[in-house]
Design a protein around this ligand. Structure first.
Ligand SMILES: [Zn+2]
Ligand SMILES: [Zn+2]
Length: 859
């Protein structure tokens, strides 16, 4: 590939910040978006990621790692309020995430509906929810061609997963939020078994070391107990889902062991959480062994003994606040509004009370601000309230700390690491620490910390790996061995196999396309040879299996004298062979107009057109003159390719008859009624039309630098075997892929071997018209389509390979070239060509099935 594929990573959110996670991956024309969250410190439109920076109709897949609002709450806005639905994008999340996302978002809409800047309506939420495709951990999903992804458990909260994404062979692991420590109910994050090229990983805690789980729980329960003992109330601001369940499990267990606490209520102030408890119970099988074994013993850990729900009545906060000591888990975790904020304002002035922050507190929220233990806090109504309650932070955030993150990063072992979901300082320290590690070990690992909207472009070597299978893999190759086989490509994966294995391993069959074209011609065989030699140099001559005189042009095109006034061209279709066939056809059909032919036939004493020229073509490769002569012929061919018909004026033959001709050999190019004359001695161009002259000069320059190498460098893509180079009578060979002895050339070109150029028509194995261009087989010669479009633009010009009607006596023969075909839809596809030939009696007809040529490319 000429262009080096580039992976573009752009963060629309969570770049050097925590909140509104939204990571856009673009590679080889595919766009994948990981997460679509809001920023908890902002509200309304301001809380969204920078969604205007992406054309959402181009998105192929949106993957949501977990139900937290900072990862999922912008999804509805994106699916319902952008042009996402104009494209073919699909949305995926795990089953539990989908179930919990629904409750979270219903709550989110209810909270937002009172404010003026609600992001979307309940109706829009329902539409968005309906389009989410739920998936399971470890399932391999192919959302669109060239893309697969697999979710792996991420710990963190119920349903949270990482995504291992494969875009055209490039592997990216996006972690989302993850934890590596098994807690009371969740499994820890897995290290995917495949090494990705790029790791996009959270960096919430930077280089912090968090205390161990037991130590942390002990500190937490002691603290709660102390506040109760001093007659205070304990506020645990927490989100309804996720860590709350873990805290309830801890508290319930602690209460059980401490009868003195049994009269102290633990309130769980969330109707949302009550609804979600069913989801937790449903997905117990995805939780860790602790939960599963308790459940197996009919001890459902989510049926709490010591936890009470708060009363449904309005104003319960005040009632509880004024009552005896208690513990309240109240949402939201950031205390931006709602019950947790109200309780904080009520309890703040009393030093017996305490608030324990149990999650990660995002910058810009009260949960973060209060950690500085200010003397006053501002109430939602705007007045200042003295703060005397104690403030403690014990993180149950279920994010990895430095040692867990660095261990995971090293285990994943990606070449590029992209840090997201962390504040600038935390991220910067983690990056520095990781860079030191890699530097000390002399490892070349790149660590990136892009800001929002700062596009990160990563290039990867355009190297591709093809798996050799079947016969090719029977004997493991040694270093420096050259392996020849057939390269089959499907969705960016490559398989190299022996052509004999094609059917078994790739479900593909091949056959050789034989093209045949009949030409009615009023000149003799010897004259044809004379012209062919003039153009192509040495011509092999013999008879085919039916004893028909045959000349082989450039080892590829057989010209057969099928009857006195009829020639048949026959060749195995390929890009290069078709090109030679076109030029052969053009040459042959031009013979009777050639001044040289007139001269030659005139000099002959026979009335038959079969007469032999009495001297070889001056440019035939048969003598010393060949060098300059063939060069001129090649030049003419080259010019014909650009301008259509080119006339060759040879003074030694024509000068006395046509005195107006220039005295030196020249080529006449005629285009749209303007002429340009190329003097072959001086290689100068004259024309009354200066535009045409310039064009011809340019092409002539190109031609002069290439013509000398055309014939020398040309090798038929399927060289004749020694056997086939033998006289024509011996050239009989059954043509089928399985039997053919030659191997296709190895190398980057995608080639399907076809039958060697035997003179008998090849068999057509497994003929099937059902072409599936998505499943790829490659035909020798690659993508070639005969350029019949040219003829459409210039209908008056006779272009080789186009339809033409040749009048001969009372017989009309239509010679029609290959039909144009659609260009291949993937780079590696070979095209097919159908050919039609005329009936012998002059009636135009489709070729018989033997001549109908179809290449099988199907799975
Ligand atoms: Zn999270
Ligand atoms: Zn998060």
């Amino acid at each position: 590939m000429a262009d080096v594929p580039t992976l573009s990573i752009m963060l629309l959110g969570a770049g050097q910040e925590v909140g509104r996670s939204c990571c856009v991956l673009q590679y080889r024309g595919r766009t994948i978006v990981c997460d679509a969250g809001v920023h908890p410190a902002y509200s309304g439109i301001a809380s969204l990621p920078f969604i205007d920076e992406l054309d959402w109709s181009t998105v192929d897949v949106i993957l949501i790692t977990h139900f937290h609002l900072d990862h999922a709450a912008a999804l509805t806005y994106i699916t319902e309020k952008t042009n996402f639905r104009d494209g073919k994008g699909k949305v995926y999340m795990t089953h539990p995430t989908k179930a919990l996302h629904k409750f979270m978002m219903q709550d989110f809409v209810r909270m937002g509906s009172s404010s003026t800047d609600a992001l979307f309506s309940p109706m829009e939420l329902s539409m968005s929810l309906a389009s989410i495709i739920p998936v399971s951990a470890h399932q391999v999903i192919s959302p669109c061609p060239g893309v697969t992804f697999t979710p792996y458990h991420a710990g963190h909260v119920l349903g949270a997963c990482m995504f291992l994404i494969d875009i055209a062979g490039l592997k990216i692991l996006y972690t989302g939020d993850y934890s590596r420590e098994e807690d009371r109910h969740l499994v820890k994050a897995e290290v995917p078994p495949i090494r990705p090229d790029v790791l996009i990983v959270e960096s919430t805690f930077g280089v912090q070391t968090l205390e161990g789980r037991e130590e942390k729980e002990l500190r937490f329960t002691n603290l709660v107990h102390n506040i109760i003992r001093r007659g205070g109330h304990v506020l645990l601001p927490t989100f309804a889902l996720g860590r709350a369940q873990e805290l309830l499990l801890i508290l319930d267990e602690y209460w059980k062991k401490h009868p003195d606490l049994h009269n102290v209520p633990i309130y769980y102030a969330s109707s949302l959480a009550r609804k979600c408890m069913a989801v937790y119970q449903t997905y117990i099988h995805t939780m860790n062994s602790n939960v599963r074994s308790r459940f197996a013993k009919r001890d459902n850990p989510f049926v709490f003994k010591h936890i009470s729900n708060v009363p449904h009545s309005r104003g319960w906060e005040r009632k509880i606040a004024e009552g005896p000591p208690c513990v309240v888990l109240a949402s939201p975790g950031f205390m931006t509004n709602g019950p947790s904020r109200e309780l904080l304002e009520l309890w703040a002035p009393d030093s017996r009370n305490g608030v324990i922050l149990t999650g990660y507190s995002i910058e810009g929220t009260l949960a973060r601000d209060i950690q500085t233990e200010p003397d006053e806090v501002q109430s939602l109504k705007g007045h200042m309230i003295p703060r005397k309650l104690s403030v403690d932070e014990i993180s149950f955030g279920a994010h990895v700390d430095y040692s867990q993150n660095s261990e995971f990063i090293e285990a994943v072992n990606a070449q590029h690491i992209v840090l997201v979901h962390g504040e600038q300082n935390a991220m910067g320290r983690l990056r520095a620490a990781m860079q030191d590690r890699y530097k000390s070990r002399d490892e070349d690992v790149k660590i990136h910390t892009p800001r929002n909207l700062e596009a990160l472009e990563l290039t990867f070597r355009g190297e591709r790996v093809a798996k050799a299978i079947g016969n090719l893999a029977a004997k493991p190759p040694q270093p420096n061995d050259i392996i020849s086989g057939l390269l089959v490509s499907k969705d960016y994966s490559y398989t190299l196999l022996d052509p004999r294995d094609l059917r078994d391993f790739a479900g593909l069959t091949t056959c050789t396309v034989t093209q045949r074209q009949k030409i009615a011609l009023n000149v003799g065989w010897e004259l044809v040879r004379w012209h062919l030699e003039g153009m192509y140099g040495k011509i092999e001559e013999g008879v085919d299996k039916d004893e028909v005189p045959t000349m082989r042009v450039m080892g590829a095109i057989d010209v057969k004298q099928t009857s006195e006034h009829e020639l048949t061209l026959e060749w195995d279709s390929s890009a290069s062979n078709d090109m030679i066939a076109d030029s052969t056809l053009a040459l042959i059909t031009g013979i009777d107009k050639s001044p040289a032919s007139v001269k030659l036939t005139t000099h002959s004493h026979s009335h038959s057109h079969d007469s032999a020229p009495d001297h070889p073509h001056p440019h035939a490769d048969t003598d010393d003159e060949k060098a300059s002569g063939t060069r001129i012929q090649r030049l003419a061919m080259f010019l014909e390719a650009h301008f259509g018909e080119v006339e060759f004026h040879m003074p030694d033959i024509a000068s006395d008859e046509q005195p107006e001709e220039p005295p030196q050999p020249a080529l006449l190019v005629r285009l749209d009624e303007a002429d340009a004359l190329i003097n072959l001695m001086t290689m100068t161009v004259t024309s009354s039309n200066s535009a045409l002259r310039k064009r011809v000069e340019t092409v002539l320059d190109m031609a002069l630098s290439t013509v000398s190498s055309l014939s020398e460098s040309f090798v038929s893509s399927e060289p004749l075997t020694a056997e086939e180079a033998a006289p024509a009578t011996e050239k009989e060979k059954e043509g089928s892929v399985g039997e053919q002895p030659t191997q296709p050339k190895a190398g980057p070109s995608n080639e399907v071997p076809s039958t060697p150029n035997g003179l008998s028509p090849p068999t057509q194995e497994g003929q099937d018209q059902d072409m599936d261009s998505q499943d790829v087989a490659n035909v020798r010669g690659g993508a070639h389509v005969q350029d019949n479009a040219t003829s459409a633009e210039q209908p008056t010009e006779q272009i080789p390979g186009t339809s033409e009607v040749i009048q001969e006596d009372d017989e009309t023969v239509v010679a029609q070239s290959a039909q144009p075909t659609e260009p291949p839809s993937t780079p590696a596809i070979g095209d097919k060509e159908g050919s039609r030939v005329s009936g012998d009696d002059g009636n135009e007809s489709d070729a018989s099935s033997d001549d109908e040529v179809v290449l099988q490319v199907h799975s």
